[in-house]
Design a protein around this ligand. Structure first.
Ligand code: BF8
Ligand code: SF4
Length: 644
């Protein structure tokens, strides 16, 4: 397959061609070697849960040895995948909570509470007294309440109270208000073991509950505590794509998910002593760049450049310019070890729960975080002299990151009356038709970045405001969507007018995958602000992820659906087609229970059309379309309207 068919990213195309020439393999080559992939797996109809199996459903053998049918098997597999995704985000959240408490107690001296305004707000929300108390004392209480959310024996997720009252009522009625995160994950595994829950609908209802424990629990806490600890993101400009690597500097890539490590490496890279050491080694400086969600975290808070998304991780090393790649957890391909061995790049694992064979492990100890980070930077500098041939593609684009819930309210409403009102008004008057979250990964089954960017272009052209997270953010960033200078020209007239008035691009980079919770909080605020219905399911909003890879993406999809928002995924990335009943429920029946539903569509243009149809139907139901038409097409009227 030609590089052009593998990726639309020109830098990636160059590196794919170079790797092929050098006889090196990457994820695309390994996918080719795996093709054709198992059709039972694709449909979700194989089961190896017990030792009577593995079983697979065929016409000749329509039941597993235990008698399980395709509905049970598909639903169980789906539930397990979602539970695994939830466990990843939530373990991330738990680690942040632990570091947060250690920082507040003075046991992890390098971590301090950066955003005390957000800390006070969170404290108030969680019922922690703030009056006349030192910051760290408040932080300890907040951190301990947050940590308990993962394993408390009774009660439901406190963050779920952020949802509109009507949404909470829907969850209560269906019995899916999430309890402790660990409990929902454990129950998922229990229910889906041999001989337990054999009612597909009951299994899928628990899939909603465990996913909600992520969106309105573990992942939301991860975002909230990270904001307090490292600072709530505000817009700032950065650069995206492999062109951010520097030929004459020591290049360090931080890859993975938890900012606990990358924040410290960012600090260590500015250390005078280490900079002098780098100069002595013949480098002009130390350049830190990120890949995957860690990259989003750093762009959001510090404007640190992004070298690429999921499928770029191997390609980045093949530039020969990377002295060290430090990885922590999630989305780290084992294939990295092979490509790193072809170059001088030092690959280092840092999380004790995520090691790789043949790879040096430097344990990230929160008590000595900065000194561990310094150790890693030193290793990178020492490795500079071992560089061989270097080839860095030129490609890079500017990107504005940093769109948190708080910064969006501030931009729209101003410091003294931060508010979503102007956004609601512009949705009601039709300048903005609706809001869509374009999220998730890059999958070698489709050309890298193609669906995210095609879809985004279609949406903004039709006046839909796009919020992005995860690798989709990076895909959009690479193609200029997060740079207002480029992307405003691609926006429809209404959206453009609003974006120009408030100074934002039509595509807002909202962060990493745990930051999808910022989208939930923002949607809840839109409901609270008024004029657009009573519930999240009333809003003209949708989620979409056409290049999904990870189980985490399924967890996110399910918590959007269970929050009343439809999501569009590509058929190639979701293994439920082997059960008609499961499909009927996920694509339709679940709507009656929870308001959202799964939609399968691989074509980004068609997906955009489906989303637009959904948005317009919601606008019709809200009764805002008539008025919008008058305002949209009467130019005189529009000129007299001011965007607040
Ligand atoms: O959590 S978007 S490939 S990097 S899973 Fe992974 Fe998917 Fe990228 Fe971040 Ni999210
Ligand atoms: Fe087969 Fe049933 Fe065991 Fe699954 S649980 S492997 S379907 S016997």
């Amino acid at each position: 397959m030609e590089p052009k068919e593998r990726s639309i990213d020109k830098a990636a195309q160059e590196m794919i061609a170079r790797m092929a020439k050098a006889g090196q393999q990457n994820a695309w080559d390994r996918l080719d070697a795996q093709t054709p992939q198992c059709s039972f797996g694709k449909q979700g109809i194989c089961c190896r849960i017990c030792a009577m199996g593995p079983c697979r459903i065929t016409k000749k053998a329509p039941l597993g040895v235990c008698g399980a049918d395709e509905d049970t098997i598909v639903a169980r597999n789906f539930l397990r995948a979602i539970a695994a995704g939830v466990s990843a985000h939530s373990d991330h959240g738990r680690t942040v909570a632990e570091v947060f408490i250690a920082g507040a107690k003075g046991q992890a001296k390098d971590y301090k509470m950066k955003d005390t305004t957000k800390l006070y707000k969170l404290a108030e929300e969680l019922g922690v007294k703030t009056k006349d108390r030192p910051v760290n004392e408040i932080a300890i209480d907040v951190g301990e309440i947050a940590l308990a959310e993962f394993g408390k024996p009774v009660g439901t997720q406190l963050m779920a109270r952020r949802a509109p009252a009507s949404r909470q009522e829907i969850w209560k009625k269906l019995g899916v208000t999430p309890r402790a995160v660990d409990r929902e994950i454990t129950e998922s595994l229990h229910r889906s073991t041999m001989g337990v829950d054999q009612n597909y609908k009951n299994i899928l209802t628990h899939a909603s509950r465990v996913a909600l424990a992520d969106g309105w629990g573990g992942a939301m806490l991860a975002t909230e505590l990270q904001d307090v600890l490292f600072g709530t993101p505000y817009p700032g400009i950065g650069e995206v794509n492999m062109g951010v690597l520097k030929k004459d500097e020591v290049n360090i890539i931080v890859h993975g998910h938890e900012p606990i490590l990358s924040e410290m490496i960012a600090v260590a890279s500015q250390d005078e002593e280490l900079l002098a050491k780098a100069k002595k080694a013949g480098a002009k400086g130390i350049n830190v760049a990120g890949t995957c969600c860690t990259a989003n975290e750093l762009l959001m808070r510090h404007g640190i450049p992004i070298a690429g998304n999921f499928l770029n991780q191997e390609l980045v090393i093949a530039t020969g310019a990377i002295e060290l790649m430090a990885v922590d957890v999630q989305c780290v391909m084992q294939g990295l070890t092979i490509v790193a061995n072809c170059y001088h790049t030092k690959l280092v694992t840092t999380a004790d729960k995520a090691k790789m064979p043949g790879v040096e492990h430097v344990s990230m100890d929160e008590k000595n975080a900065l000194s561990t980070a310094r150790e890693l930077v030193k290793k990178a500098i020492d490795n500079f002299k071992n560089r061989g041939e270097v080839y860095i593609p030129k490609e890079k684009n500017s990107a504005v990151g940093g769109f948190s819930f708080e910064s969006i309210s501030y931009i729209l409403g101003g410091r003294f009356r931060a508010s979503f009102r102007p956004l609601n008004d512009n949705i009601i008057n039709g300048r903005i038709r609706g809001i869509v979250g374009v999220v998730g990964c890059t999958n070698p089954k489709m050309p890298q970045d193609l669906t995210h960017t095609t879809l985004t272009r279609e949406l903004i052209k039709r006046d839909v405001l796009v919020l992005t997270t995860g690798c989709a953010t990076i895909a959009c960033g690479k193609q200029g969507f997060a740079d207002p200078k480029m992307s405003l020209d691609w926006a429809g007239p209404g959206l453009r007018e609003v974006c120009e008035a408030v100074g934002i691009p039509p595509v807002l980079a909202c962060g990493s995958c745990v930051d999808n919770t910022r989208l939930l909080v923002s949607c809840s605020e839109i409901v609270r602000e008024g004029g657009l219905g009573e519930d999240l399911s009333d809003l003209p909003v949708a989620g979409v992820c056409l290049e999904s890879v990870s189980e985490k993406a399924l967890a996110i999809g399910q918590y959007f659906v269970a929050s009343g928002v439809p999501v569009v995924f590509a058929e190639e990335t979701i293994s439920i087609l082997g059960s008609k009943n499961v499909c009927d429920y996920m694509f339709d029946g679940i709507k009656k229970d929870l308001g959202g539903q799964w939609i399968l569509e691989s074509d980004p243009v068609k997906a955009a059309e489906l989303i637009l149809e959904h948005i317009e139907s919601k606008r019709d139901a809200l009764g805002i379309n008539k008025e919008a038409e008058r305002k949209l097409y009467d130019m005189e009227d529009r000129r007299t309207l001011s965007v607040e």
